[in-house]
Design a protein around this ligand. Structure first.
Ligand code: NAD
Ligand code: IMJ
Length: 257
């Protein structure tokens, strides 16, 4: 039933084999979609090498550099998508960043530039993506982003990222409202804690995982594959009536008081 054959899907945010974006790319590929991915450009080309190796078995049509803070690269990425595919059906936004020193301690210590940087990379980039994708989604489409409970409730150390996720989730709603008439659906997945580069780099992730195992209704954490399955569902015709939603893939943790 879940069939994405012939759909063009661009997945952002793969850094390594633990990335949530990698889980999503695999499920979209399995459902039959044509894939494109980005890598974060760096001087030594480390991310590029890693991403190329990883995605090779999925035969991607496109592997493009993109730093969401770089307007030129953003434009070039969407131009390359337009040239290769003509139309885009699915866009996955799976990236976030805050300076590590502000993912701890007092929230109020965050300076203006670190606040702006985090909101720009983690939240504004979705709006940028939507504007650039809009002309490529004339036949409709699906945009999915990744969020975390820390955008709705105060979670230890999440700090400025929580404020960014809050802006991201509200952007999902405004974009869904704007793009709905063009049959473009915009949704978010709020995932439970998963060990990735972005989560392992911070203190306390193991405590959060232990808490999930104790308190979540399913008494466990969730996997990249489970998040990938939900993303594939949201991008498929099975979810044709769903837009503007944040779906929790968190073993039920969010409902607990
Ligand atoms: P990850 O480190 O594998 O992925 C983060 C990605 O963001 C990387 O690929 C990195 O290159 C990219 N990125 C950072 N700055 C960028 C920029 N300027 N331009 C382009 N790309 C940039 O970690 P992850 O946990 O897979 O994170 C993916 C998403 O999932 C994030 O939005 C994160 O907030 C969200 N999320 C993660 C968890 C978790 O526990 N791991 C839980 C809920 C939500
Ligand atoms: C991140 C910080 C604090 C608590 C956290 C997290 N918990 C979880 C995360 C409990 C699950 C992971 N998460 C949901 C994120 O969105 C992570 C974003 C992030 C992580 C880093 C680490 C390395 C770095 N900058 C980062 N920017 C964003 O330098």
């Amino acid at each position: 039933m879940l069939d994405l054959t012939g759909k063009n899907a661009f997945v952002t945010g793969i850094a390594n084999n633990r990335s949530i974006a990698w889980g999503i790319a695999q499920q979209l590929h399995q459902a039959g979609a044509n894939l494109g991915v980005n890598y974060m450009p760096d001087e030594k080309g480390r991310y590029e090498k890693k991403v190329r190796q990883l995605v090779d078995p999925l035969n991607p049509d496109l592997i493009l550099p993109c730093d969401v803070q770089d307007d030129k690269l953003m434009e070039e990425m969407f131009n390359a998508i337009a040239q290769k595919w003509g139309k885009l059906d699915i866009l996955i936004h799976c990236l976030a960043f805050a300076d590590k020193e502000y993912l701890m301690g007092d929230y109020s210590s965050v300076p203006r530039d670190a606040f702006s940087k985090s909101l720009e990379i983690s939240a504004y980039s979705l709006t940028d993506f939507a504007r650039l994708a809009k002309p490529l989604m004339q036949e409709g489409g699906s945009i999915v982003t990744l969020s975390y409970l820390g955008g709705v409730k105060v979670m230890p150390n999440y700090n400025v990222m929580g404020v960014a996720k809050s802006a991201l989730e509200m952007s999902v709603r405004y974009l869904a409202s704007e793009l709905g008439p063009q049959n473009i659906r915009v949704n978010g997945i709020s995932a439970g804690p998963i060990r990735t580069l972005a989560s392992s780099a911070i203190g306390g992730i193991l405590d959060m995982i232990r808490m999930m195992e104790e308190k979540a209704p399913l008494r466990r954490t969730v996997t990249q594959e489970e998040v990938g399955n939900t993303a594939a569902f949201l991008c498929s015709d099975l979810a044709s009536g769903i837009t503007g939603q944040i779906i929790y893939v968190d073993a039920g943790y969010e409902i607990m008081g």
